[in-house]
Design a protein around this ligand. Structure first.
Ligand SMILES: O=C(O)CCC(=O)c1ccccc1C(=O)O
Ligand SMILES: [Mg+2]
Length: 371
């Protein structure tokens, strides 16, 4: 590897790499069948090139959901950051793709390198990732597993705010969930799309009877009703219920997506770039899914604006992504770590057209939530 320091490559030569762990409260809690999330922990990656270009990334695993915890995700960082110093951005990306790292570690470092590369080229990340990126991406809002009254109230507020697609967390008592769904459908009318997410809560028999009873409420799809490992069960469900089945927890990297696809275990794949090994890995999953006629939805992992914007640029750059994406989660966090205020209007999330991710680290906020 040539690490000569000619002035020509100062723009892309990595000179500094930092990692800032954070903890941000989730004031209302995010309640799913996996439990409640009251705080979000992660780490911001900040890199700088010799010419002063910067790149931001975010490592925010979700151990309650699947995969590594933050300590595990950060453990290989000191050694890897040392290796990356003096490399060009391209060399560092190459090195990254050859190193076995956990999904969120890959995502955070990859996004920082891509953000810096896009800055050097003075183009947006979405235009780096795709030939004809869209300027906005249709998104759903998500409503946690709350009481019937809270659920209906939130659904009405979301529709008033312009969302055309709602996702309800279900997976507690099927009878109660059915009442919530009926009440929401009655409140929002027939035009708004409604999807469900059970986060692995049920077995096949429960899911079957639940989905048969749900069919009249026009459900777009249900995410991961049964255990992620039970691909044969997912396939059996697909063949026996009138509602499309999406795999979420079952998709943790390219290999697991491959298994889901070859088992024909899902109609739709939910891809969380943070938890699925990053941008390139997500692109590979989308490619394989599309080749088999399976649609994909990109969602957040409830990260700060840095991780969310990376996922947004990916969605905007990828023409195969046509269903609403699950990226409208920033308001679950008490605060953000970027200076800009991301814009969601009429159910569309607008992609910044400034260079890179189009976000600036809010150092005051970072100081406040540093842990
Ligand atoms: O899909 C969305 O709208 C938001 C993302 C979301 O629901 C989620 C966020 C963090 C962890 C798990 C999940 C999930 O889809 O189950
Ligand atoms: Mg899900």
């Amino acid at each position: 590897m040539n690490r000569e320091t000619s002035s020509g490559d100062a723009a892309t030569r990595i000179s500094q790499l930092q990692c800032w762990p954070y903890q941000i409260p989730v004031p209302t809690g995010f309640r799913t069948a996996h439990g409640s999330l009251f705080g979000r922990t992660g780490a911001i990656i900040e890199l700088q090139t010799a010419a002063g270009q910067t790149g931001l990334g975010e490592i925010a695993p979700l151990p309650g959901f699947r995969g590594e915890n933050l300590d595990e995700a950060l453990q290989p960082l000191p050694q890897f950051l040392e290796q990356m110093k003096g490399c060009s951005l391209q060399e560092a990306l190459h090195l990254l793709y050859q190193t076995p790292l956990s999904g969120s570690t890959l995502f955070g470092l990859e996004v920082a390198l891509l953000d810096a590369s896009a800055h050097v080229q003075q183009r947006s990340l979405s235009s780096l990732l795709g030939a004809e990126p869209r300027s906005s991406v249709a998104v759903n809002t998500v409503i946690g597993a709350q009481s019937l009254e809270e659920t209906v109230q939130q659904a009405q507020m979301a529709v008033e705010a312009g969302f055309q697609c709602l996702k309800l967390k279900v997976g507690h008592e099927p009878k109660i969930d059915l009442k919530r769904i009926a009440a929401v459908r009655a409140a929002i009318g027939s035009e708004i799309k409604l999807r469900l997410d059970a986060n692995e809560a049920w077995d096949i028999a429960h899911t079957q009877s639940f989905l048969m009873a749900c069919a009249r409420y026009d459900i777009q799809y249900i995410e991961q009703p049964i255990k992620a490992e039970d691909l044969a069960g997912m396939r059996a469900l697909r063949l026996s219920v009138p509602i499309p089945i999406a795999a979420d927890e079952a998709v943790s990297d390219l290999a697991s997506a491959h298994r889901v696809l070859s088992m024909q275990a899902a109609d739709i794949l939910i891809i969380k770039p943070q938890l699925a090994g990053g941008i390139r890995s997500s692109q590979q999953i989308i490619q394989e899914a599309s080749a088999r006629g399976v649609q994909c939805v990109i969602t957040s992992s409830i990260e700060s604006g840095i991780g969310i914007m990376a996922a947004l640029h990916l969605a905007a750059a990828t023409p195969q992504i046509t269903l609403e994406c699950g990226l409208a989660t920033l308001n679950l966090l008490a605060d953000d770590l970027i200076v800009e205020t991301p814009v969601i209007s009429g159910g569309n999330f607008f992609v910044p057209d400034a260079a890179g991710l189009g976000v600036t680290l809010d150092r005051v906020a970072l100081q406040k939530y540093y842990r």
